[in-house]
Design a protein around this ligand. Sequence first.
Ligand SMILES: Cc1cc2nc3c(=O)[nH]c(=O)nc-3n(C[C@H](O)[C@H](O)[C@H](O)COP(=O)(O)OP(=O)(O)OC[C@H]3O[C@@H](n4cnc5c(N)ncnc54)[C@H](O)[C@@H]3O)c2cc1C
Ligand SMILES: *[C@@H]1O[C@H](CO)[C@@H](O)[C@H](O)[C@H]1NC(C)=O
Ligand SMILES: *[C@@H]1O[C@H](CO)[C@@H](O)[C@H](O)[C@H]1NC(C)=O
Ligand SMILES: *[C@@H]1O[C@H](CO)[C@@H](O)[C@H](O)[C@H]1NC(C)=O
Length: 586
Amino acid sequence: MAMLSERRRAAAVMIAATTAAAVVAASATAAVAATAAAPVPPPPAPDFVIVGGGTAGCALAARLCAGLPRANVVLLERGAPRNETEELIVRAPLRTAAAWRTPTLTAAFPSAPNAGLRGRAVTLLTGTTLGGSSAINGAQWSEPAAGGGGAGTWGVAGLTAANAAAYYARAARTVGAVVPPRRRRPAYTDAWLDAAAAAGLPRVDGSPGVAPPPDRGSWVHPLAVTPDGRRADACAAYVAPALAGACAANLRVHQGVSVTKLLYPTARCGGGRRCRRPTAVAGIEYMPSPGAGAPTKAGDARVLYARRGVLVAAGPYGSAPLLHRSGIGPAAALRSAGIPPLVDLPVGEGISARASGTVIGRYSGVPLAWVNNATAAALPAVLAQWRAGRGGLLATAPTSGLSRWTAGAGGYTSVSFSALTTPPGAPHFFATCIPNPRSVGRLRVAAANTSLAAPPVVETNLLGDPRDVATLGACMRQQQAVVAAFRPGFGMVAVAPTRGGTPFTDDAVQAAALSGLHIVGGAAVGPVLDARLRVKGFRNLWVVDASAVPTMPRSAGPMSSVYALAEFAAEAIVRQYGGVCGGGRG
Ligand SMILES: Cc1cc2nc3c(=O)[nH]c(=O)nc-3n(C[C@H](O)[C@H](O)[C@H](O)COP(=O)(O)OP(=O)(O)OC[C@H]3O[C@@H](n4cnc5c(N)ncnc54)[C@H](O)[C@@H]3O)c2cc1C
Ligand SMILES: *[C@@H]1O[C@H](CO)[C@@H](O)[C@H](O)[C@H]1NC(C)=O
Ligand SMILES: *[C@@H]1O[C@H](CO)[C@@H](O)[C@H](O)[C@H]1NC(C)=O
Ligand SMILES: *[C@@H]1O[C@H](CO)[C@@H](O)[C@H](O)[C@H]1NC(C)=O
């Protein structure tokens, strides 16, 4: 009985979603109003519910609704719709650092202490807006090197080393990843490439689909930025065109709502009876996101049933905690956190998180790089130029390019003449090393009484393996050599981690390291997911996002791999349901 009325209530919320604009903001008041005006027969529950409108979630939503035109797809995103200021910050590539300082776009929270950093915590960042981390990240498109842990090596059934390239290519085409034309490159990109080559990192082609060099090289990176200078995040590249075209009738995007837990069929788990191990999900429970409108109370919870299944795509810090809150995780840890364990799986164990270490140079022989001129970036004429689609400073990505190196476990260096983490204005050059980690960490289950707004406890374990310290140190020393190799007239001198490029110890590496911002593996294929990306033992619960990726791909960032995975997963689900998925619309 309780179930039935919940079902009606969920349906009423769906009416609100169908009659409002396709992209709607949820609020408790809207839901209540819809309940009061519900004489119309409620539409059926959607076929698929996608949790998290991020990089993977947006790609999944667009591909599923187009591939299954008679199925209804609902995408739930915790971030509220963006206002004009927030939209500018997301779209203008130069404003990336501003996005990291805007709490409605990016969550910034501390990791657990890292033994490898002498007990220091580091700041972690993740997207909290439609498009997810693809809406706030460096927009660098980097595909895994040959033999480098790309999507074809994760143990996903049907996704092989031979066919993975096609999924990377499909995603690269969809986001329009290209090497920026010369007029869109930060100043001094060529000066850096010359210095890198002189220091042993020769210039190579970094175009999408071109295999990165097996050993070492430097290149101007492809970016997920449109020809008119706008960031092409997952929402812009996938969801917006879907809503405007093929999926106008069968995709709903619900913003400003946080999914709190998975719901299981009552036969298994309801009416106060003790739960048996569920093998399917019935839907999800959600509520207005904390901070979006009125304060959240327990009574704000809403239910949304899914006729076919639930795809969890809440990102590297969201998917594992949602499984934990739903009783899926390490049984002992769940129990001690006050959560009744239903399914004992190592969710959150064995995550792979990158450290970073930055070498900074200061130049005096050439004018301040345009990308580092805050005065110019604030000029009305510069804004008008960008708004008119004529490029200019705001259309320029803050980073210049990438180097690849193979000492230790290998890794990448992202270089920039603009200050991503310090106030702009000083004539600095930044070379940030992001090694592939050997250490593994853990995303711990939070206590049952933890507020939804509280960030997860992330044991990043950065530099937890001593070999990772050596690898990061080797990269930073190599970058010192690049700083020293700029042509004499450039006037470049090293200022960090040591002045003038004097030698530094592993202690200095451990003192300087920060988060490399990339994290994968909270619900990995193998230990947690079966070969079809379903939580083991479930027939209709998938995890498709960075959490599913077992180890850090050997690329300069996991974004391309997350997109490739979403492309593959959507295709597989479309194939599975293509014959049967009527979705109540026929
Ligand atoms: C600052 C930064 C810079 C980066 N730069 C690069 C780069 O240049 N190149 C690269 O390749 N990689 C980069 N990365 C990594 C890359 O962006 C991520 O690996 C990738 O975007 C992760 O995709 P995802 O779909 O797993 O998660 P996300 O894109 O983070 O999506 C998760 C979504 O779920 C939502 N969500 C979470 N919990 C809930 C809930 N309970 N209910 C509803 N919604 C929820 C979130 O708001 C978010 O929109 C960067 C990452 C960061 C943080
Ligand atoms: C828009 O968002 C920004 C950043 O979150 C915020 O500071 C500003 O107050 C918002 N503006 C309006 C009009 O709501
Ligand atoms: C920054 O840009 C402004 C406006 O274009 C210009 O007047 C100024 O000289 C620039 N500053 C430097 C240090 O180059
Ligand atoms: C949450 O529960 C733990 C015990 O599991 C308790 O120590 C803590 O005080 C509780 N916190 C709140 C906010 O209720």
